[in-house]
Write a protein that binds this ligand. Structure first.
Ligand code: HPA
Ligand code: ZN
Length: 359
């Protein structure tokens, strides 16, 4: 079970009190495994790109757009999110969006970011696949060179569209196969079970691509089981509704399947009423390989470190320094980076906590 992990050096976690913990977590090395790059588009950049590309917007100002970020569920968010992405037209636009996120992530101690992108949101507007992928990829490569941040791309299929459309999307992306490491499944979950995408995930597996899927955010625990059994995913995105099936919780713990949980997103989209009611501490307690992520930081009120802070603040008794270390460790361990690279990051993490405990 993942909670039983021990650090590579002795760390006296009791010497890191709650008051100091957020600062220690903020400067710690960490991975972000659930970030929709279109969800990092801040209102200011939306307006800048709209002006640059002559795209009309339904909102008169940055403030008016931000005021529309009051969501009641996943769909109410997706409607605004797809409208925001309509300003992206040129390779430079995709580069600028990803670069803005990556520079922000580097300040949060992110050493590894695996970015989701939704090609269909763009190709359906006439933007060529190559423009999307090459714009994003050049920002990822630049992050490696200039920020020392390993950034990779995961191509997501929109589950409210057909499997035929997903198959065509994968086909269209094949000339850029070396630019992305995996496929995912996002957008409206309810009524669009994983089984709908069995053929395209099989195809992706044959191409040697990693596989992940959103499941158990708004959809039932059965969608998590189907994502594992039918789509053969290696990680579950969200997955917080797994607790509705105790046998599934046991399976996830035994297999060590990572869950990429997004606390602020879950509150904004009313999956949980408050952060104090979030089940992340319970998931960790159950031995699951839980990670913390930002999902759509421009829309949900915080980047990665703000997600950690909000959690720690709402769960001071359940989330101690040892738990924070475990969450950070899980994020690095659950990344798709090669084992030797992950090992180096884990050692940096342990050194960081050992230093903090010695202060
Ligand atoms: N869930 C499903 N689809 C999404 C999300 C999400 O949280 N963010 C962007 N697309
Ligand atoms: Zn998501």
């Amino acid at each position: 079970m993942t909670t039983a992990a021990t650090p590579s050096l002795p760390i006296d976690f009791s010497r890191i009190p709650a008051a100091r913990l957020p600062a220690v977590v903020h400067s710690a090395p960490k991975a972000e495994l659930h970030i929709h790059i279109e969800g990092s588009l801040e209102p200011e950049l939306i307006f800048e790109l709209a002006a640059r590309n002559g795209v009309p917007l339904a909102y008169p100002s940055v403030e008016a757009l931000r005021a529309a970020y009051a969501f009641t569920n996943l769909q109410s968010f997706l409607d605004v999110y797809y409208a925001g992405a309509s300003v992206l037209l040129k390779e430079q636009d995709f580069h600028d969006m990803a670069w803005a996120y990556l520079t922000r992530a580097a300040r949060d101690g992110v050493v590894c970011a695996e970015l989701f992108f939704d090609p269909q949101t763009h190709t359906d507007r006439g933007v060529p696949m190559g423009v999307v992928i090459q714009g994003l990829k050049s920002a990822c490569d630049r992050a490696g060179r200039e920020l020392g941040l390993r950034a990779e791309l995961i191509l997501c299929f929109l589950r409210h569209l057909s499997e035929e459309a997903a198959l065509q999307t994968l086909q269209d992306a094949l000339p850029y196969r070396e630019h992305f490491i995996g496929v995912g499944l996002d957008s409206s979950e309810r009524g669009h079970p994983p089984e709908k995408f069995s053929r395209v995930f099989t195809r992706a597996g044959k191409l040697g691509l990693h596989r992940v899927a959103h499941a158990g955010e708004e959809g039932p625990a059965a969608y998590i089981t189907a994502a594992l059994d039918v789509l053969k995913v290696e990680r579950i995105d969200h997955g917080v509704r797994c607790t509705e099936d105790p046998a599934l919780v046991e399976r996830l713990a035994l297999q060590g399947t990572p869950l990429t949980v997004c606390p602020l997103s879950n509150i904004k989209l009313c999956v949980f009423p408050t952060m104090a009611a979030h089940n992340l501490p319970a998931l960790l307690q159950a031995g699951l390989m839980v990670t913390v992520n930002s999902d759509d930081p421009a829309y949900f009120g915080g980047y990665l470190n703000e997600n950690y802070s909000a959690l720690l603040q709402a769960h001071p008794a359940a989330l101690t320094a040892r738990h924070a270390w475990q969450l950070l460790r899980n994020s690095l361990q659950a990344s798709f980076a090669p084992a030797a690279v992950r090992q180096g990051w884990l050692q940096q993490l342990d050194a960081h906590f050992a230093m903090a405990a010695a202060l």
